[in-house]
Every structure is written in C-alpha cells, then in structure tokens.
Write a protein that binds this ligand. Structure first.
Ligand code: SGN
Ligand code: CA
Length: 519
C-alpha cells in the first residue's frame, strides 16, 4: 500500500552553528548521495587503516574532514540489492521485500525516499548502479547500469533504451552526473541525486590511466590471512577465499604462461575482456605482461602464491578505488565552482563493507565487522562541524529518515530507521540513542556459500545465529576485534549470552521479523 508522507511542511531549520551558513539556513538543502560498491573502510585513508595509508583517498577524506566521519555505521544485510532497498525504504529486508540479490524485483510501488522527496518539491535523479531488477520509481531522471554493469564501455538503461557507451564506467557516471546537474529544469527546486558507482565491485578492472598505479606497491597482509576457521562452522563452509576461490583469469588477471595472451579461468569473458575494443584489450594485456611474466619466472610454494594473489588483488582493487576518489574530487570541485557547495549535503558511502584479505577473504555477506560495517562521510556546511566523529550505532535503514529530517519533511511512522541528524549536528550521541543493531542475511544457497544468519551487535559483544545449521557464535569485540575466537558456550559467558539473546529477541519483535524467516 502506498502511504506517502505527502504533507508539505514549512522548513524549520535546526539550531545552526554560529557565524556559518547565513542566508542558506532557510533554504532546503540539496542532497548528493554518492555510493560506491564494495568499498571497504580499510581502503579509505580517513579511517586510518594500514591499507588506506599505503593508497590514500584524499578526496573522499575531504568530505569527512569538512564534515563528519561515521565510526560505527552498519548495514542490515550485507549485500548489494538488499542494502539499496533498505536505503530507499528505511526498512529492514523482510519489510521492504528485497531480501536476496536475485529472488525477485524490488516492489517499486511501495513508499520510498525519492518518492517522498519528489512529492515535497524535490527534483530527483539516479545515475549508475541500481541492481534491484525492477525499473526505478520516484525519479524524475534515471540512467542505470545493466545489472552489475561493466567496467569498460558499459551499457546504460534509460526510459527509452539500452545503449553501450564508450568509456570507463566511473568516468561516465561522473560525466552524466555533471550533465544532469547542469541541465536541471527548474534551478529553484532543491534536488536529491543518487550517484551510484559500479566500482569497486568484482572483477576490479582499473581505468587505463591507473593500470600501473600500484603495480610496485606492497600492501600489508592481514594477520589472519591464513585463518583456519577453528570453532566457526559457517566460516569453514564459505567459498570466498582469495587463494582457493578467486578466479585466476577473471579476478586476478593471470595468464596461461610466459608471454601468454590467454587468461586463466575466466567464466564470463563477455563481461570483461569482451567489453573492450581490440586496441583496448591489447593495451590491457601489455600493461599486465611484465608482472605476469615475473610470476612465471620462478617456482613458488602454495603460501607464496597465496601471498602473491593478495598483492595482485589489492593492487587492482585500490587502482579501482583511485578512480572513485577522483570522481568524488571532481564532484566536490563542480559544487564549489557552481556555488552549490554551500547548501548541498554530500554523502559518500558504499552498499556494504568488504574483506581485503581478512580471514583470507574477498566478498562480504557475513556479520563480521569488515563486511557488516559501512564506511560513511558526510558534509553539510553550517550544520555539521568540520572533523565531527559520529560514534553512535547507525545503520543504512536510518539514511531515509535522516535525509527527510534534514529536508524538514515528516518521517513516516512505518520507517524502521531513526534520524541520526542530532548525532551529526551536535557531534555527540544522545543518552537515549539505540544500544544495539539487528542484522539478517538471507541469501543461502547462493554465491560464496555463506550460511543465512541473523544477529545482534552491542557496544562490546556480538551474537550471531547461523540458523540453517543451528550454530551460534559470540564475540568480544574489545579483546578480539578480528573475531577469531568464538566464545559461545564457553565458561563464564553465560550472563553475557543471556543478555544478548534477550536483546536479539527484543529486536526481532520490535522490527516484526516473521518466525518462519528465522529457521
Ligand atoms: C557477482 C560477483 C560475486 C558477488 C555478487 C554480489 N561475481 O555475482 O562475487 O558476491 O555479484 O555482489 S562476479 O564475478 O560476477 O562479479 S553485490 O555487491 O552486487 O551484492
Ligand atoms: Ca556490493
């Protein structure tokens, strides 16, 4: 049923920072929501991780330095479509109906953030990855990638047709975003723009100008790269290990031998080399030739190959991040040039976190910190002070209520998220802010064989239930931040376990999770 928050309310500005913002305080803000795909916190230098230090992201960091960095932001279901659906609706997966990437299309007839903004006088647009099967609704303009999209010469779908566009996907999305901003029909209307990159999704093909960027960079190997998954059943059953499951051709760009031009295992050539023009393909293979030859220049043990694969993975992944960071810089410069920067909220986030070798993995899906966590930075001059740290527990279901709140629009009662506007504007967490988060991953059986699970995270502890096999896991994030020691059933943990069980039950009740989805 459609229940739009259609009431057009006068914009009531909140207490503003003294001396900043001036006349813009009375105007409704524009929002540019930049979201990439699979961009891990570890790979954004503002989070201070050793990987980000080796390959910095100065433009994304700029948003955080000028505004807020979210230290405890999480998704509700660590996979693309479901995270996007949660962002659009402000609801958990079981409520918005999009629980798995591939089961069925998003129900575009339901209430969504862009629809509410549109009904309240906003011009709305989405450019880039959509990944919800059904066509977008609630947007005055949309131009989306076909499914996951391609890195080189990608297809874009519009109301009219599907067309292949020559160029690198991140650059094209940036260009079409600026063109839309330039050509807005009514410049007096505030706008809401979703700019969604395909990057940094698998199979990590950098822009040609970045082929050599990290070729000679050595990335720090995570301490638990050779994790044996002791005491963690679901971790033993997954298929997302860099040295066992990555495709050598498709993912790692490895060839058949010295000076070879044929890729090793590449199950979807049409989505990779097949998208390049012949001369582009030649330049790509030539760019990787020396390092591929170097691989064959000596004998390597299994462990050495595993470490070599990690370096190749990170070099390509961070090469792809570089183009996203450039894109963010380009948009920030555009806003400044046009004066739009003063009253535009700019957000940079990604659809979920990702593994960069922790536990030996790539991909996401698990409720462990690396993939459950979502990096996010946000600037809003005059409202968010520079260098604000948001430490309260926030989640992707909160984005829609927060944006509505920031635009002075009433938040519909059936949204499950809560506006975190006070946390960003005041720079501290109110006492009565939530103390726990609910998580639920459904896509099993599916790619990478991660067992379905739900769980609760509190400040210090996390409890997870892999209900298909009825296996529980409990972690103390203070003493074991990399979640290597499952404490479930261990002596002395009875009280903590009971508390978390009760909290989990309370959350499932609060969010109205049907019992049949928990077994
Ligand atoms: C593709 C990837 C998977 C990935 C899913 C979901 N394979 O199928 O590795 O887990 O997407 O990713 S690929 O080689 O075809 O890219 S998601 O981010 O869209 O949820
Ligand atoms: Ca993703």
């Amino acid at each position: 049923k459609l229940s739009l928050g259609l009431v057009l309310l006068p914009f009531v500005p909140s207490a503003t920072l003294q001396g900043q913002g001036q006349d813009i305080q009375n105007e409704r803000p524009n929002i540019i929501f930049i979201m990439s795909d699979d961009h891990a916190r570890q790979a954004m230098s503002i989070y201070g991780h050793p990987i980000g230090k080796v390959a910095p992201t100065p433009n994304i960091d700029r948003i955080g330095h000028e505004g807020a960095v979210f230290q405890n932001n999480y998704c509700c279901n660590s996979i693309s479509g479901p995270s996007r659906a949660a962002i659009l609706t402000g609801k958990h997966s079981h409520k918005n109906g999009f629980m798995k990437n591939w089961a069925k299309g998003f129900d575009g007839a339901q209430q969504t953030l862009p629809k509410i903004l549109q009904a309240n006088g906003y011009e709305t647009a989405i450019i880039g990855k959509w990944h919800l099967i059904s066509r977008p609704t609630g947007f005055d303009h949309w131009m989306i990638l076909n499914d996951q999209g391609e890195y080189c010469n990608p297809h874009f779908i519009t109301e009219k047709d599907t067309t292949r566009h020559l160029g690198y996907v991140t650059d094209l999305i940036t260009r079409y975003t600026e063109e839309w901003l330039d050509g807005r029909k009514d410049k007096n209307k505030p706008f809401f723009l979703m700019m969604h990159h395909k990057a940094v999704h698998r199979n990590w093909v950098p822009a040609e100008r970045h082929y050599h960027l990290y070729e000679h960079t050595t990335f720090p190997l995570p301490d638990n790269y050779f994790d044996a998954y002791e005491g963690r059943y679901a971790a033993q059953m997954q298929k997302m290990n860099i040295y066992c499951d990555m495709y050598e051709g498709h993912d790692l760009k490895m060839v058949a031998g010295m000076d070879s031009d044929s890729l090793l295992f590449d199950p979807w050539p049409h989505a990779f080399l097949g998208t390049m023009e012949p001369d582009e393909r030649r330049r790509f293979l030539d760019a990787y030739r020396d390092r591929n030859n170097e691989f064959y220049s000596k004998q390597r043990s299994f462990k050495e190959v595993a470490e070599w694969k990690y370096q190749r993975y990170l070099q390509d992944y961070m090469g792809v991040v570089a183009s996203v960071d450039e894109s963010v810089g380009e948009i920030l410069d555009y806003l400044k040039r046009t004066g739009l920067d003063k009253n535009t909220i700019v957000v940079y986030t990604t659809d979920q976190g990702f593994y960069l070798g922790e536990h030996g993995w790539f991909d996401k899906r698990f409720m462990y910190e690396e993939s459950f966590g979502m990096p996010m930075v946000m600037r809003w001059p005059g409202h968010i002070k520079p260098e604000t740290q948001v430490t309260g527990l926030t989640q992707n279901i909160d984005f829609a209520p927060t944006f509505l709140d920031m635009c002075g629009i009433e938040v519909p009662r059936d949204m499950q998220g809560v506006s975190f506007r006070p946390l960003v504007e005041k720079g501290k967490t109110p006492r009565d802010w939530r103390k726990s988060l609910y998580y639920h991953y459904y896509e099993f059986p599916g790619f990478h064989s991660v067992r379905a699970h739900y769980g609760v995270k509190m400040e210090r502890y996390k409890l997870m239930h892999f209900y298909v096999d009825d296996k529980w896991e409990l972690y103390d994030l203070k003493t074991d931040p990399t979640e290597m020691h499952n404490l479930y059933g261990k002596k002395g943990m009875e009280k903590v376990t009971a508390e978390l069980m009760a909290e989990l039950e309370r959350l499932q009740k609060q969010y109205d999770v049907p019992g049949e989805l928990c077994k």
